[in-house]
Design a protein around this ligand. Structure first.
Ligand code: DAH
Length: 338
């Protein structure tokens, strides 16, 4: 084949490819044209290229040069057509049913879980009363969960049926458990800091309760602790009253009932009266001198109060939630309401 014929065939091919690419209106059509002209195996360019073997030897360099030019221009034509199709159609350029004028699908804004919202609000209220936030681990040892809180070895609160112990007793060097109360953080803070102290701690606690409308094996507590010179029960009551009215509203009343906790003396149960009902929200009292001594404080020098309130109860009361399990089933139809 003469050089002239070879070039003629190439140019013809380039023209056909160019119009096939520019006439393509869909990606599939363009892809089919690409395979027809540029296909690696049976593409038409490949077939013409094969004819180069028949071009006289001395004209081969020129033939090769033309071949390369034509190949580049066909490829460029393809890329151009592709860009056109992708940019003027839907994202992929392939969906003829896409209607850019339809209203979009709105995305719902997420929100914090009601317990997280409650925790933030409680932290805020107590922050305004001068209490800062302290944290402690959820996996605790017996020292922090019991011993240093003046809970004797034979106390029923230590029972295996009342706690999630993590290592069988026989294998322990140090018995660990999921903390059953946030009072553990009191000890950790006092161990690390000299008085005066004014902290709250908010977090999860664990007890092997069967789940029902008011119990769950995991729940949250807000622990409060204030230690200073001459702190009295009046400070405890006024702090809790200010807290209750800030969280539930001015119409809330507060009541102390005598009780017992090993780590406070005297100890009280704390009830709030709201919407025609008294309801227990937790325990409180004056920090037991034994606890102060266990962290190296002098009970003759400083006194303190402590309290522990149930976060779920506060949240449920506030929002009228009747079943604690709803808070942890994570049904978005429920959670969206808060
Ligand atoms: N830790 C107690 C409980 O889980 C609640 C409690 C009572 C906390 C009295 C206190 C307190 O700080 O002084 O039942």
């Amino acid at each position: 084949m003469s050089l002239q014929d070879f070039c003629h065939q190439l140019n013809q091919l380039a023209e056909e490819a160019s119009s096939a690419f520019s006439n393509a209106t869909e990606i599939e059509e363009l892809e089919a044209a690409r395979i027809e002209f540029l296909g690696a195996k049976n593409g038409r360019l490949k077939s013409v290229q094969k004819l180069m073997g028949t071009v006289p030897k001395e004209e081969k360099p020129k033939a090769g040069q033309t071949l390369n030019q034509v190949k580049t221009s066909i490829q460029d034509g393809f890329e151009e057509a592709k860009t056109r199709l992708v940019s003027d159609g839907s994202e992929s350029g392939v969906d003829p049913t896409f209607d850019a004028t339809l209203p979009g699908l709105g995305r719902r804004l997420g929100r914090l879980h009601p317990i997280s919202q409650t925790i933030n609000e409680l932290t805020d209220i107590m922050g305004r009363l001068g209490f800062s936030l302290a944290v402690g681990p959820e996996i605790e040892d017996e020292h922090h969960n019991f011993n240093s809180l003046n809970i004797p070895n034979d106390h029923p609160a230590r029972d295996t049926l009342e706690n999630f112990y993590l290592v069988p007793e026989s294998e322990r060097t140090k018995q660990l458990l999921l903390r059953s109360q946030t009072s553990t953080v009191q000890v950790r803070v006092m161990d690390a800091t000299p008085p005066p102290i004014r902290i709250i701690s908010l977090g999860r606690v664990y007890r092997p309760d069967t789940a029902d409308a008011t119990h769950y094996p995991m729940f949250h507590q807000m622990e409060g602790l204030m230690v200073d010179q001459a702190v009295t029960m009046a400070d405890l009551k006024s702090t809790l009253r200010m807290f209750a009215t800030s969280y539930l509203g001015d119409e809330v009343s507060i009541r102390f009932r005598p009780s017992f906790f090993p780590f406070t003396e005297p100890s009280v149960e704390v009830d709030f009266y709201w919407n025609g009902q008294w309801m227990e929200f937790g325990g409180a009292g004056m920090v037991d001198p034994n606890v102060l001594r266990s962290v190296g404080y002098d009970p003759e020098e400083v006194t303190g109060f402590a309290f522990g309130l149930g976060v779920e109860r506060l949240c449920m009361r506030r929002y009228g939630i009747l079943d604690i399990r709803d808070l942890f089933t994570n049904d978005v139809r429920f959670l969206r309401q808060f």
